[in-house]
Write a protein that binds this ligand. Structure first.
Ligand code: SF4
Length: 187
C-alpha cells in the first residue's frame, strides 16, 4: 500500500529529502534534545492550534486532523473558518514566503475540499509581526499547483541510496547534521 505522506514533511523534503528520514527517526525522542530555538519558537506558535484553543467558535476548525485520498496525505489544518471559507496557515514569523509554506496550505486545502468544505480563500499569517499574506488558490495558480503535485511525486519516488547532498550551507544549518552521513560539512 502506498505510504501516507504527512503534511509536515512537505517543507522538510524541500529543505533536504533525507531530513524526512531523520524526522521519522527522532519523532519518538524528546524533541528538546535536538530542536533549535527557532523551531521551538515556531512550534509554540502552533501550540494554541494543536491544543485547539485558538477559538472556541463553532465555525472555526483548528488543529483538526484531515486526510486527502487524492494525494494520500494527512496532517492537521491550522485554522479554517467554515463560515467565510478562509483557510489560514499560521507561522511564527514569515520573512519570506517559501514554496513549502504554500504547499502545506495547498495540502490542507485539498483535504478540506475533499471533505466537502468550500475553501474560498487562503492566507498565511505571521504571528510575531501580525501580518497576513494572501495566497492564490491552486486553481488560480497552475504553476504552483503543478509544483505541488510534482513534490508529492518526488517524495513518493525518492530513493535514499541515490541521494547526494549538493548544498553545504544547508548542511551547516541543518539540525540533523551531526548524525548525517551525507553531510557536506568537513569538521
Ligand atoms: S546534513 Fe545535509 S544532507 Fe544531511 S540531512 Fe542535513 S541538509 Fe541533508
Amino acid at each position: 500500500m502506498e505510504e501516507i505522506i504527512l503534511i509536515s514533511y512537505l517543507n522538510d523534503f524541500i529543505f533536504c529529502p533525507i531530513s524526512i528520514y531523520f524526522h521519522k527517526l527522532y519523532g519518538a525522542i524528546d524533541k528538546s534534545l535536538y530542536q533549535t530555538v527557532s523551531q521551538v519558537s515556531g512550534i509554540n506558535a502552533h501550540k494554541t492550534i494543536d491544543k485547539q484553543i485558538y477559538s472556541d467558535k463553532k465555525n472555526i476548525l483548528q488543529g483538526v486532523n484531515v486526510f486527502c485520498s487524492e494525494f494520500n496525505i494527512m496532517g492537521k489544518i491550522d485554522i479554517f473558518n467554515v463560515e467565510t471559507g478562509v483557510l489560514t496557515g499560521r507561522k511564527n514569523k514569515i520573512v519570506k514566503i517559501y514554496d513549502g509554506y504554500i504547499f502545506q496550505v495547498y495540502a490542507q486545502y485539498y483535504a478540506l475540499t475533499e471533505m466537502g468544505y468550500n475553501v474560498k480563500k487562503i492566507k498565511l499569517y505571521s504571528f510575531k509581526d501580525n501580518k497576513n499574506y494572501n495566497i492564490e488558490l491552486p486553481s488560480n495558480d497552475l504553476e504552483m499547483d503543478y509544483k505541488f503535485r510534482k513534490l508529492i511525486n518526488d517524495i513518493r519516488n525518492f530513493n535514499l541510496d541515490d541521494f547526494k547532498a549538493q548544498n553545504v550551507e544547508k548542511c551547516r544549518n541543518c539540525i540533523y547534521e551531526p548524525s548525517c552521513d551525507r553531510s557536506l560539512v568537513i569538521c
